[in-house]
Design a protein around this ligand. Structure first.
Ligand SMILES: Nc1ncnc2c1ncn2[C@@H]1O[C@H](COP(=O)(O)OP(=O)(O)OP(=O)(O)O)[C@@H](O)[C@H]1O
Ligand SMILES: [Mg+2]
Length: 252
């Protein structure tokens, strides 16, 4: 679904990512962890194609197609979607209008999607204007549910969201990823996921969202280097116990 090769990225004239390799197969969920300022947001903003993130080396492939230099709207049309860490306010556009735009011409039941995220009362307000932190995060997910991207990039989806709404958010993400599938006779859940499910790269500090959306793999980014890829639970446990210093040792 996504292959990143030897990626170097400059932001504001400074190199932030120093040669990232990452492979996210179809149907898998990967967690991206790392200290503040390590380059996590930079990585997914670059995959989405936002301006200001200058690729100076390497390639990004989505479903085998080199997208390194495609504009953001083409990547969105191809099936990549992103939920911002800090979404912008858009005055003069109602959230309902934006959700309809996200559907890119397909029929979507905005009311039903909003209801699933406890979001109905916000549909007729300007996008993110005066929204609380948790309301913005739910708004981001409602938009993604209308877009139905094949590759979902989530930047700290649970930050600022209360416990009840994290559960709703978790269910919605599983639905978005097609992870509600039940194994059928003769087909394992793993095979089903490969066939139907979408993929996600989820940035998380606490790992709380992974209680609802289990990750297949975790990655640790430190100072613009991917220093570790492995079992997400083990990584979280190690970081909790010993801090990121333990992960940094792998750099040597
Ligand atoms: N426009 C910019 N101009 C200058 N520096 C920038 C710019 N955008 C990002 N940076 C710097 O790039 C580094 C990586 O930032 P990034 O937002 O990717 O970190 P992060 O890993 O997502 O951190 P956090 O966990 O705090 O969200 C930081 O040092 C940040 O200050
Ligand atoms: Mg960030």
């Amino acid at each position: 679904m996504l292959r990143i090769e030897r990626l170097k990225v400059e932001v504001g004239g400074k190199e932030v990512l120093h040669g990232i390799n990452l492979h996210l197969p179809k149907g898998e969920v990967h967690a991206l962890m790392g200290p503040n300022g390590s380059g996590k947001t930079t990585l997914i903003m670059t995959v989405m194609g936002f301006e200001g993130y200058k690729v100076t080396q390497g390639r990004i492939y989505f479903k085998g197609v080199d997208i390194t230099h495609l504009p953001v709207y083409e990547r969105a049309r191809m099936g990549i979607g992103l939920a911002f860490q800090r979404p912008p306010v858009v005055r003069g556009i109602k959230t309902r209008q934006l959700i309809e735009m996200c559907a890119m011409g397909r029929e979507v039941d905005v009311e039903e999607i909003a209801a699933a995220l406890n979001f109905t009362e916000f549909l007729d307000r300007d996008v993110n204007l005066g929204f609380s932190g948790g309301e913005m995060k739910r708004s981001e997910l409602v938009q993604l549910m209308a877009q139905e991207p094949e590759l979902v990039l989530l930047d700290e989806p649970e930050s600022g969201v209360d416990l009840v709404n994290i559960a709703l958010l978790g269910r919605a993400i599983n639905r978005l990823l097609g992870r509600e599938l039940e194994p059928q006779e003769g087909t394992s859940l793993k095979e089903l996921r490969k066939r139907y499910a979408r993929s996600a790269l989820i940035i998380t500090h606490t790992g709380h969202i992974l209680d609802y959306v289990p990750a297949d793999k975790g990655h640790v980014l430190i100072n613009g280097h991917l220093v570790c890829s492995g079992n997400p639970e083990e990584i979280l446990h190690t970081v909790e116990k010993y801090g990121y210093e333990e992960c940094a040792k792998c750099l040597r």
